[in-house]
Structures are given as structure tokens and as C-alpha cells.
Design a protein around this ligand. Structure first.
Ligand code: EPZ
Length: 427
């Protein structure tokens, strides 16, 4: 019987990373901005769009709706003039929850959106009640039918929307919908993430009237029509953060280029507290870790707090620190799936509810592990870089969702990491 091929990364740990790495454009800015192109029936030129599985899924969602998309390297041209369908099938929604970003723009422009109800995923049950409540306040009717949210409105009306939690997705959906609503919308307790700020920049460039993005209160004055525009995505905060930790965990010295230092501050302060030296210059960061790392207390929070999307990576790092660290995960209810895999590598970690206690300093020894989700997978690759012997990380399709050429970039920094190619089909 032939063995089933499973994509994986194979890492020989113990190499110090050195050199230069360039950060790609932000995934979590690209996804809502691609969806926001539905707001203007025009041509949009998006630059610095990363080449990732999630971006490809969003492109397919838009094409299913009737958009025409051309892509050359990191530039994507999205023409939404032919949009004629309002339904996002389960098959695509199931692959990527961010497909829900089309709901606000479709309702705003066409008064109709039918989107498969997203299921849970490895990091939590991920409800969409804040999205729905916000849109209902703006005049949307919704019925749930056979797993689909069938939403309609006769023109959206501005509203005063209070979010129970600063949800990134709900902020983006309500914000996009409000650009074409009648009158003013205020989003209170809005998400302040850099990708929300970038979305607002794009919306302004297509003619929307938005202010306050990047603070807790966003004001939107609806306009009658929007037009196409050009936009450059911001650098990916989490990709940059992951390479910074890669440098630190291998006691290396790496310059991370094309980064947005302001967006990285919540990550940088924690690494400096752990004893990593970081020199900032323009949009470059030189990260050097030569001393023993100090343990940390880290609480994940919405921006400008420490990002939950960096929690598995910092956990991997803290297994190398000299002492006991405490991590509290307050954004997702189930984001410790990487712990069991780190334990297999010899880490000493206990979890209790949303708290993880990481006893650093012991040996990490490579073995076979599974990437339970995107950032958990990145954390395991980082652990593999610092472990003795060989670590094989399976299920790396998750990692492909958020990191472009991850292994190639790590190899260029001196890591011994390979991605075995699938066997050629026999004739
Ligand atoms: C975005 O997800 C990101 N995804 C996630 O990154 C990130 O972890 C998350 O924000 C938090 O920063 C994209 O930007 C595409 P939320 P999102 O709505 O928008 C609860 C990655 O690794 N909630 O801010 O889905 C929810 O369950 C990904 O790149 C509700 O209860 O996250 C969670 O506990 C993974 N009801 C919390 O709020 C809702 O209607 C934050 O979720 C919406 C959210």
C-alpha cells in the first residue's frame, strides 16, 4: 500500500538565524480590503497583497460573486463592475471564516447577502452575533435557512452600534456597511487593530467619510456612491513578530525589514522585557538575542495589547527562558492546542482555564508534531528551530494560510528547514 503524502516542514534545530528578512503585506488587512472592493462597482488596484492561501480563497469568493480579478506578483486588480450574485457557498465559507467580510459590503451596495453560517474552528466557537446585531441595527432583516444567513435590507440606515467586545470582524463589517448607509454611524468599543486602520484608509481612498479608526470610536458619514482606487497594504504585524521571535529563540541576529514599528510595539516591549535587544531604524528592526531570556507575564488583549495571534510564538520562546512565565489568553477560549504538541517536544507547560504556566529552561527535543491551526503551526516551527534533533511539523496547510514562503525565508536566514515535495505520480 502506498503511504499517503502529508505536507510537512522538517527542521533540524540549533542553527542561529542571521541576516535580513522582508515582511510581506498584511493578511488581515488584505482580506477585508478585498471584500470592500464590492462597495464600488469599479476597478481597484491593491498592492503589497501577500501570496497566501486565505487571500486566494477571498479571491475565489469575490469571483463567485461576479468580480474579475487579475494578479501579478503582489499586485491584485479587482474589478467589481460585473457583480451579479449575492451568495457565498458553504464550501468557501467553510475554508475561511473571513468570507463573512462580504456581508456588509453586499448589503450596502445591493441590499442582499446570503452567506453560509460559519462554523467553529480550532481556536474557538467563533460566533458572529456582533456582526449580525450591528447590521440589524442598521435595518437588515435576517433569516437563517439551511445553514445560510439570508440577509436583506431596503437601504441601510446609520446607527449607533455598541460592540460587547472590540471584535475585528464585526468592526470591519459594520464599518464597510456604514460607508453607503443613509446618515451617520458610530461604532463604539470598536477594534483598534492596525488592519482596521488600513481598511479605513482604503475606504477613505474610495470616497468614504470615516474618522476615528484606530480609536475606540469610529464615525462614518454615509455617502451615495464610492469609486475605485489604488492602495498599498500595510506590513503584516504578525509575520514580522514571528520573525522577531525566530531571531530571539535561536539566539540569532536578524534585521527585519519593511516592518511597521508602531504596530509592533506591543510585541517589542515584551521581547525587550525578556532581554532581547531591539534596535529600531526607520522601518527596520535589528533583533539580537545573546543573553539568557528572562521569564514574562503575557496577557493577550485586543490592540494595543499583546496580540493573541502571537501567543503560540511567545509561548515557544518562553520555553527557552530562565524561569516560570505566565500567559493569559483572553481573546479566544481555546487557543492552547499547541501546548500538547510542545509537551511532546519536552516543554514543561500546564494550563488551567485561560492561563498557561510555562516552566522555561528545560530541553526541547524534536519529534513529529501536528499544526492545529495557523499561529500554533508557526509556534511549533519556532520551537523546532530551537530544539535538538529533527522536528517534523505536519498539517502545514494551516501555516500556508498566513505566511508566504515561510520555509524559504527561514532558510535564507540560515535555518535548516525543508518542505519535502509530494512524490511524482507514477505513469
Ligand atoms: C480576527 O478574527 C483575525 N482574523 C484573527 O486572526 C485574530 O485572532 C482575531 O481577529 C483577534 O485579533 C482576521 O482578521 C481575518 P474577533 P475575528 O471578531 O475577526 C468573539 C489569524 O491567526 N466574537 O475580533 O474573527 C470571538 O469568539 C487569525 O490571523 C463574538 O463573540 O476575531 C472571540 O472570542 C486567527 N461574537 C473574540 O470575540 C462575534 O460576533 C474576538 O473575535 C464576533 C466575535
Amino acid at each position: 500500500m502506498t503511504e499517503l503524502f502529508k505536507p510537512c516542514y522538517r527542521i533540524q534545530g540549533g542553527r542561529r538565524l542571521t541576516g535580513l528578512v522582508d515582511v510581506n503585506g498584511s493578511k488581515n488587512a488584505s482580506l477585508p480590503i478585498m471584500a470592500a472592493c464590492l462597495l464600488n462597482a469599479g476597478e481597484n488596484v491593491l498592492r503589497n497583497v501577500p501570496d497566501l492561501a486565505d487571500v486566494a480563497i477571498m479571491a475565489r469568493v469575490l469571483e463567485t460573486l461576479g468580480a474579475k480579478i487579475k494578479r501579478e506578483d503582489h499586485t491584485m486588480i479587482i474589478d467589481t463592475s460585473g457583480v451579479n450574485n449575492f451568495e457565498t457557498p458553504f464550501e468557501l465559507m467553510n475554508q475561511m471564516r473571513a468570507s463573512i467580510y462580504v456581508m456588509g459590503p453586499l448589503l450596502a451596495r445591493y441590499g442582499r447577502a446570503k452567506v453560509a453560517m460559519p462554523g467553529g474552528c480550532a481556536i474557538g466557537s467563533r460566533p458572529v452575533d456582533y456582526h449580525i446585531r450591528g447590521l440589524q441595527q442598521m435595518g437588515v432583516d435576517m433569516e437563517i435557512e439551511q445553514g445560510y444567513m439570508d440577509t436583506r435590507c431596503k437601504g441601510l440606515k446609520g446607527a449607533h452600534v455598541f460592540l460587547d467586545f472590540p471584535s475585528v470582524g464585526a468592526t470591519a463589517n459594520v464599518l464597510m456597511a456604514a460607508t453607503l448607509a443613509q446618515g451617520a454611524t458610530i461604532i463604539e468599543n470598536a477594534a483598534e487593530e492596525p488592519h482596521i486602520v488600513d481598511l479605513a484608509w482604503f475606504l477613505r481612498s474610495i470616497g468614504a467619510r470615516v474618522r476615528g479608526a484606530g480609536t475606540k470610536t469610529i464615525h462614518i458619514e454615509g455617502v451615495g456612491k464610492l469609486h475605485g482606487a489604488e492602495h498599498d497594504m500595510i506590513p503584516d504585524q504578525i509575520e514580522a513578530g514571528t520573525f522577531i521571535v525566530a531571531a530571539a529563540i535561536t539566539q540569532g541576529s536578524v534585521t527585519v525589514r519593511r516592518a511597521c514599528i508602531r504596530d509592533l510595539k506591543p510585541i517589542l516591549v515584551k521581547l525587550e522585557e525578556a532581554g532581547v535587544t531591539i534596535k529600531e531604524s526607520g522601518n527596520e528592526l535589528k533583533v539580537t538575542a545573546r543573553r539568557k531570556l528572562k521569564p514574562l507575564t503575557v496577557t493577550t488583549l485586543p490592540h494595543p495589547g499583546f496580540p493573541t495571534d502571537m501567543q503560540p510564538q511567545i509561548m515557544a520562546l518562553l520555553t527557552r527562558a530562565d524561569g516560570v512565565s505566565i500567559i493569559r489568553e483572553t481573546v479566544w477560549e481555546n487557543r492552547y492546542t499547541h501546548v500538547a504538541e510542545l509537551l511532546r517536544m519536552g516543554a514543561d507547560i500546564k494550563t488551567q482555564g485561560n492561563t498557561a504556566i510555562v516552566v522555561g529552561g528545560g530541553k526541547l527535543v524534536g519529534c513529529e508534531v501536528n499544526a492545529p491551526d495557523l499561529r500554533a503551526g508557526a509556534g511549533l516551527v519556532l520551537a523546532g528551530l530551537a530544539a535538538q534533533d529533527t522536528t517534523t511539523v505536519y498539517d502545514i496547510e494551516h501555516v500556508d494560510r498566513g505566511y508566504e514562503a515561510f520555509d524559504k525565508k527561514l532558510r535564507a536566514l540560515g535555518a535548516e528547514i525543508t518542505r519535502p515535495a509530494p512524490p511524482k505520480d507514477k505513469p
